[in-house]
Design a protein around this ligand. Structure first.
Ligand SMILES: NC(=O)c1ccc[n+]([C@@H]2O[C@H](COP(=O)([O-])OP(=O)(O)OC[C@H]3O[C@@H](n4cnc5c(N)ncnc54)[C@H](O)[C@@H]3O)[C@@H](O)[C@H]2O)c1
Length: 422
């Protein structure tokens, strides 16, 4: 890799690829990189963006097909970014690795444990490990807290609890052919709040549960119930309890909610409870609080403000690509526990249960179109996180019991999902 600006390509123009374009423009202005080329099958639909991003002045070459782009420019690039639909990640990643490129791959790398293993093999052809763009591991406060946790400062870690309610509606589920799907043309998609939008938080859960600073805890046994309220094939509401060699991890997430999106991560230790929570205030914009509540009553709080996650993740990967950092923030192998957590949820639940309309409230939302909320969903999620009682054990009328699965059963994933679709 050269010390001059890194030569970058971005696959995709719209959706989250648009964020990659804005970011690369910012980093280019700082002399850190240069966008050489980009592609999208619908490239001509983005003419306004070409202008806003000054493609002509910057000499950016445009393609429809990423394979043509790689054939033309593969030797003239250092890094390629892949912020495209999740089912396309693996073939794009393989092609980039074969061209000897370092890859910044959007999260989740894939939602199929088998495909992940093939991607880990594929990256051996590349000069550098792939970075998976989970947003939050880079936060300095999070890393410092994890180091203290792993050193045993808070006593034994008993439980990790993740609560996530992020509103999504008809506009989200109709934006692309893979949204909300379990399968697309017989290929596993497994799109869900835990697999996609809030995948960051599930990956964070396993980070807290890992017993050393740069480790993510493997899942041993998992129990799950999956539900949908939106008219989709996959789940929009997920309840998961995973046993790891360390703490129990519980995740409750939904897109079937209205109003303020919010989430929190809680780590229950013998001597303290650690909580991280995102907030927003007019004066500061977005911030994240990290709170330690000791059992003896002491409290510590830190606030992370003005932190641009995508910028910092890219700058960390550039530093790694230049040989200034020993490893990416999250590698493909680091993502293995997350992908297993996701896949075991389907094996354990065995079905996605429909929530009847009489348990739903419907509204229209300027950003998301038709949105809906499951009655009492916040309370149901909170009770589950605190006690481990799934909805089916809470006398919730629409609930249906799930089951249990272990990693030994992963090979049944494709058959199980095919049955769920039937
Ligand atoms: N890090 C984050 O905060 C964050 C936020 C949102 C999405 N994401 C991730 O970004 C990725 C993309 O998600 P999205 O919702 O924007 O997807 P999307 O379906 O909106 O597609 C993104 C772009 O890829 C393009 N594309 C589709 N097929 C292509 C092909 N064959 N070649 C080149 N481009 C192609 C689409 O035209 C679109 O412009 C996913 O991995 C998602 O999880 C990350």
């Amino acid at each position: 890799m050269t010390a001059s600006p890194l030569r970058v390509a971005i696959i995709g123009m719209g959706g989250f690829a648009g964020e990659h374009h804005d970011l690369i423009l910012r980093l280019e202005a700082r002399g850190e990189c240069q966008l050489v080329c980009t592609c999208d099958p619908r490239i001509e639909e983005f003419t306004e963006r070409w202008e806003a991003l000054h493609f002509e002045e910057r000499g950016v070459c445009l393609f429809r097909d990423y394979r043509d782009m790689l054939a033309a420019f593969g030797d003239a690039l250092d890094i390629i970014t892949i912020p495209t639909p999740v089912p396309l990640h693996a073939p794009m990643h393989r092609a980039a690795c074969r061209r000897g490129l370092a890859v910044y791959l959007e999260k989740p790398p894939t939602l199929n444990y088998k495909e992940l293993e093939s991607m880990i093999r594929a990256e051996k052809a590349a000069p550098k490990l792939t970075n998976v763009g989970f947003n939050y591991i880079i936060e300095p406060n999070r890393r410092a807290l994890k180091a203290r946790l792993a050193a045993g400062e808070f006593g034994v870690v008993r439980e990790v609890r993740i609560f996530g309610r992020w509103t999504r509606g008809s506009i989200y589920y109709t934006r692309a052919n893979w949204a909300g799907r379990l399968l697309l043309d017989d290929k596993l998609v497994l799109d869900s709040p835990m697999g996609n939008a809030m995948a960051h938080l599930a990956h964070n859960a396993l980070y807290w549960a890992g017993d050393a600073p740069e480790t993510w805890a493997p899942v041993v046994i998992e129990r799950a119930e999956l539900y949908h309220a939106h008219p989709i094939q996959g789940a929009d509401t997920v309840f998961v309890e995973a046993e790891t060699p360390g703490p129990v991890v519980r995740v409750a997430m939904t897109h079937a909610c209205i109003g303020q999106s919010r989430d929190y991560e809680e780590v229950i230790c013998d001597d303290a409870v650690l909580t991280t929570r995102m907030g927003w205030a007019p004066a500061t914009g977005h911030y994240r609080d990290f709170t330690i509540r000791w059992t003896d009553g002491r409290e510590e709080m830190e606030r992370l403000s003005d932190f641009r996650h995508l910028d910092e993740n890219f700058r960390a990967y550039f530093a790694y690509a230049r040989g200034e950092q020993p490893r990416p923030v999250t590698t493909l192998a680091d993502s293995r526990p997350f992908v297993h957590l996701n896949d075991l949820a389907y094996l354990a639940a065995g079905r996605v249960t429909q929530i009847p309309d009489d348990a739903l409230r419907h509204e229209r939302d300027d950003r998301w179109g038709a949105v809906l909320e499951i009655a009492d969903i916040d309370d149901i999620m909170t009770r589950f996180l605190g006690t481990g009682a799934f909805p089916s054990a809470q006398d919730v009328p629409w609930a249906a019991p799930g089951g249990t699965a272990t990693t030994k059963e992963l090979s049944r994933l494709a058959d199980t999902v095919a049955m769920m679709v039937e």
